[in-house]
Design a protein around this ligand. Structure first.
Ligand SMILES: Nc1ncnc2c1ncn2[C@@H]1O[C@H](COP(=O)(O)OP(=O)(O)OP(=O)(O)O)[C@@H](O)[C@H]1O
Ligand SMILES: [Mg+2]
Length: 402
């Protein structure tokens, strides 16, 4: 068991491109840490530097209190579980799990004891004499993890282990990995570009964009207090809505009308001119369903374009237009988020009881306490509560020109 402390890690590949740029992440002993971000943000590079498969350009990698920058992978005692589990098809499950012990010339008695203990933890006892080809995807993954367990590694490292699986199996495997990690209490670093995996698995999540750490926080902190536009747009599904906004007193003027927000939020955004308001779809409601909402300072009327009724909830789409400054920032954000669509339409998630109809004007209530206000130039969240936002590194909010 060990903590993994990454201190100002930089990785420049041959062409001088900083794939990882001054990233500091402290993974506690027994913690489940997620590295998440769009394609090319440097997740795999960072993981490979932890294991020792990639040189570190500068900074310190400290594992269990020891600087490991110059140690070879096998001297670091970490177990990496790859996307394809690399099981030996001609060996039984037993021998697949035993493999690292056989390599280390362990005695038959030791092998047997460790393999059986791992198989018990993983509930693989009845499959020990079978071949991997006859197992389900989930069982195969457990075999791969068994191999990591018998090595008594100090930490588990995963690089998108579920990306090859279909949606249903992915969900099952996610639960299984979470359960196992809890049972074993082993330090784990897990790379994914899937925000659902990040939210459900991680004790803490490190959000990366183009080699820069954007925010390091618990899933709840990321959801409730995103440090900038990028994190706000990345975490949550359907994604947060972004609207042009100006603040006057304690009201926020949005394309459809004005909404009251708490005074302390309004203060932080006062005198800043045109801003971007961020509101999650679930923080809206049909005023007709929400008791006492109709005609209040937190409702507005808007034309509904499309309605999707799902039974338990209703999505309604409301088109709007944004001024060029905001439009440009949102386009950049759309590129940064790797195709997550953020058209200039508002998506609201309403109660399934809502009778809102397509082509009609609806009265919509919005929870003013949940509105975020972002600086359209830097992307910084002006209204973030830094006490409850984990760590937001200096300079993370700066929008990189491209
Ligand atoms: N061997 C290499 N030589 C040069 N550049 C590289 C090399 N490997 C990765 N890169 C660059 O480093 C950056 C980060 O790559 P990395 O593989 O870490 O991204 P990632 O976040 O894992 O993305 P994905 O989700 O697509 O796997 C990318 O811009 C990539 O082009
Ligand atoms: Mg990768």
């Amino acid at each position: 068991m060990a903590e993994i402390d990454m201190k100002n890690i930089v990785k420049k590949y041959g062409d001088g491109f900083p794939a990882v740029n001054d990233v500091s992440i402290d993974v506690q002993d027994g913690e489940f840490m997620i590295l998440v971000g769009p394609s090319g943000c440097g997740k795999s590079t960072l993981l490979r530097m932890i294991v020792g498969l990639e040189d570190i350009t500068s900074g310190e990698m400290v594992i269990g209190g020891k600087v490991v920058n110059d140690l070879a992978p096998r001297e670091r005692n970490l177990a990496m579980v790859f996307q394809n589990y690399a099981l030996y098809p001609h060996l039984t499950v037993y021998e697949n799990i035993a493999f690292p012990l056989r390599l280390a010339k362990a005695s038959d008695a030791e092998v047997d004891e460790k393999v059986r203990a791992a198989a018990a933890t993983l509930e693989l006892e009845e499959h020990l004499e079978r071949k991997p080809g006859n197992l389900s995807g989930g069982q195969r993954q457990r075999v791969a993890m068994g191999r990591a367990i018998v090595r008594e590694a100090d930490a588990f490292l995963f690089d998108e282990p579920l990306s090859n699986l279909d949606a249903k199996l992915r969900g099952q495997m996610r639960t299984e990995i979470a359960r196992l990690q809890k049972k074993l209490g082993i330090t784990t670093v897990y790379v994914t570009h899937d925000q659902t995996e990040a939210m459900t698995l991680g004790h803490r999540v490190a959000v990366l964009k183009r080699g820069l750490l954007q925010q390091l926080a618990t899933p709840r902190e990321l959801y409730e207090q995103p440090g900038n536009l990028f994190v706000a747009g990345f975490i949550g599904s359907p994604p947060m809505n972004f609207l042009p906004a100006t603040v006057e007193g304690t009201s926020v003027k949005l394309p459809f009308g004005s909404v009251e927000i708490p005074a302390e939020k309004a203060e932080k955004a006062a005198g800043k001119g045109l801003l971007i308001a961020g509101i999650r779809p679930e923080h809206f409601e049909d005023a007709a369903v929400k008791e006492g909402a109709s005609g209040s300072a937190s409702t507005f009327r808007a034309p509904v374009d499309v309605v999707e009724w799902l039974g338990n909830e209703t999505y309604a789409y409301i088109p709007f237009e944004a001024p060029p400054e905001v439009e440009q920032q949102l386009r950049q954000l759309e590129r940064d988020l790797d195709g997550e669509v953020l058209h200039t339409q508002l998506v609201v998630s309403l109660d399934g009881k809502s009778q809102i109809a397509e082509g009609e004007e609806a009265e919509i209530w919005v929870d003013g306490t949940q509105i975020h206000l972002f600086d359209p130039t830097t992307g910084e969240n002006l209204t973030v509560d830094r006490e409850r936002a984990g760590r937001i590194p200096e300079g993370a909010e700066t929008v990189s020109a491209s």
